[in-house]
Design a protein around this ligand. Sequence first.
Ligand SMILES: Cc1ncc(COP(=O)(O)O)c(C=O)c1O
Length: 390
Amino acid sequence: MLYLDYAATTPPYDEVVDTVAEVMKRHFGNPSSLHRLGAEAETLVDKARQAIAHLLHVDKNEIVFTSGGTESNNLAIRGAVGRYKQRGSHIITTEIEHPSVYETFRQLESEGYRVTYLPVDASGQVKVDELEKKLDDDTVLVSVMYVNNEMGRIQPIAQIGQLLRRFPKALFHVDAVQAFGKLPVQPRELGIDLMSCSAHKFKGPKGIGFLYCRSGLELEPIVHGGGQEKGMRSGTENVPAIVGMAKAARLAMEQQPSFYKQLYEWRRMLINGIRDIPGLVITGSEQEEDMAPHIVHIMLPGMRSEVVVHALEQHDIYISTRSACSSGEQSPSRVLLAMGYDLEHASSGLRISYALEHTPQDAETFCRAFKQVTRELNLTAGPRVKRRYR
Ligand SMILES: Cc1ncc(COP(=O)(O)O)c(C=O)c1O
């Protein structure tokens, strides 16, 4: 089996599985309980919070545990606009966000917020000067993802953070779910107020994540109850998953330097191995450093992506059409349409995502199978359809 869908989810580190099992067996107390078992569990949660804060160069009271990226995004956005609604009602995001951000903004729009959706250029990047033009005295929140989950374009987070220092009323939220463990994610250095992360994208457990929430900020809770996580996220803490996430975060950060170099090499091998397929388009920027190291996105106009995914499955190779959450849908990709591609291109996107364990032989295996599949499917790629640049 060749699993190349790491941007959808990753297999957990063995050490993380062992840690989770150990905590489930030995430390099953409720951190809110007053007795010794409760105190032990509370200590474990506290240590995990401290470990994650240390990796991000922040204080432990700035880390809020959640059930993952979706909840972190919802809490950051709804929590911030709810708490600071007296400051203004203009909120800004991009046309290429993950649905957990995009749909939250759409919902807020229907509730009366004035929403600006920033366009992207043909490489999938948001332009900082476009953002600057849209900021006004009424802007309370700007939410821009770090790495696009579908086609892997890195967004100019540091420059946006820099710009927003001049607009102290506008909070800066970053969905860093695809960036943690791959790119520098220290929120203070990047000028980020709120940052979402999810453990299953960096070989941690599923259903656990965290939100960095800058000290001094308050969020209106979206889940009400016993007041855990300083009242921002009620519910008994998922102690084993929290401890497992902290372990995965440390391992992922430790691997980051080799990750970078090795994965870009893998990216090059893959692209070079398939780029001569007639009609194939490699999505995103041609500059390697603009793209996330763990994602290659391609389009085969005229060929529906699901057909290719299922044909590769016959070879025991697993890739994706787009983000996992929406891959059941047959509609063209909103992200590719936003980049200016037509329907034919936007219905043919394929995402290949990988990690350090993949070898040069794996890249060869993929390229060989991919070429065979495209031949068998009798791909007669038409002339490249012109891209609409903005
Ligand atoms: C960029 C991005 N944001 C948010 C999410 C949602 O994270 P989770 O699966 O932990 O809810 C994902 C997952 O695909 C993602 O890629």
